[in-house]
Design a protein around this ligand. Structure first.
Ligand SMILES: Nc1ncnc2c1ncn2[C@@H]1O[C@H](COP(=O)(O)OP(=O)(O)OP(=O)(O)O)[C@@H](O)[C@H]1O
Length: 235
């Protein structure tokens, strides 16, 4: 079952209308797709197009059943006047989640991510990694069918990265589809079952690791294929 279908002919900005071109892909329930590519390739533009944040879009994006999704941004966003726990309460209300199981799950996640002591503090006083953990906790509590995750590995400590990967994998096993943009290719290679390699706004390679190797002269890691495929592509 498709949880996301992206058909974009073009999307871009006032002074760069074609930042991305001919971006067509789907994410299936239980699929974890790595969105990779050099700086300025168009990954954020693809994510913004999916989230409906781009003005100049020629094409369409369809979300599957229920269309409930969670976005974990690279740069955390929060309300200055709400405590960590109030953010959790707000997410419950906004997403119309019933029952107290939600709060038990929230307590469990606060323990995993070592934020129990900060429960009634304001995220403005948190470190970047702690703010990122708040974004992750809220996304996991919403239990969406689709996760869009933007560069989750920069800023999190190693334990949090491992816990986050395990929790995301659990979501995947329960049928969520995940699109994850990252530059941390060794982790992406281990986690993702498919990849989209973006360069100069185009998809230049796609598929499983095996298929990506087939499109590259390199027979090595995702990093080797990435290097070889992007170095020889001049847009
Ligand atoms: N606000 C903007 N206005 C105009 N052009 C932009 C804007 N944001 C991005 N671009 C351009 O769109 C292209 C794609 O940028 P995008 O931010 O999608 O890259 P990215 O793959 O996410 O890069 P990174 O890995 O550095 O985050 C680049 O050429 C960039 O200069």
């Amino acid at each position: 079952m498709e949880v996301l279908k992206v058909n974009l002919k073009n999307a871009g900005y006032y002074d760069k209308k074609d930042a991305i071109k001919d971006i067509h892909f789907s994410i299936l329930s239980g699929g974890l797709v790595g969105l990779i590519g050099p700086n300025g390739a168009g990954k954020s533009t693809i994510i913004k197009s999916i989230l409906g944040l781009m003005e100049d879009v020629d094409g369409d994006v369809t979300m599957g059943q229920g269309s409930k999704y969670a976005y974990i941004p690279e740069h955390p966003t929060y309300y200055d006047e709400l405590t960590l726990w109030e953010h959790i309460e707000l997410a419950k209300a906004v997403n119309e989640i019933e029952g107290d199981g939600y709060y038990q799950e929230a307590e469990k996640l606060l323990t995993i991510f070592r934020l129990t002591a900060e429960k009634h503090q304001y995220p403005g006083s948190f470190s970047k990694g702690m703010q990122q953990k708040l974004m992750i906790i809220i996304a996991l509590l919403i239990k969406p069918k689709l996760y869009i995750v933007d560069e989750p590995f920069i800023g999190l400590d190693p334990k949090a990265i491992k816990d986050f990967i395990n929790l995301l994998k659990e979501e995947q096993r329960s049928g969520a589809g995940i699109l994850m943009s990252t530059h941390v290719l060794d982790t992406a290679e281990k986690m993702c079952d498919r990849f989209l390699l973006i360069n100069y706004g185009n998809i230049i390679a796609r598929g499983t690791m095996e298929e990506i190797r087939g499109q590259s002269v390199s027979d090595g890691s995702l990093m080797d294929c990435f290097y070889e495929l992007t170095v020889n592509d001049h847009g």
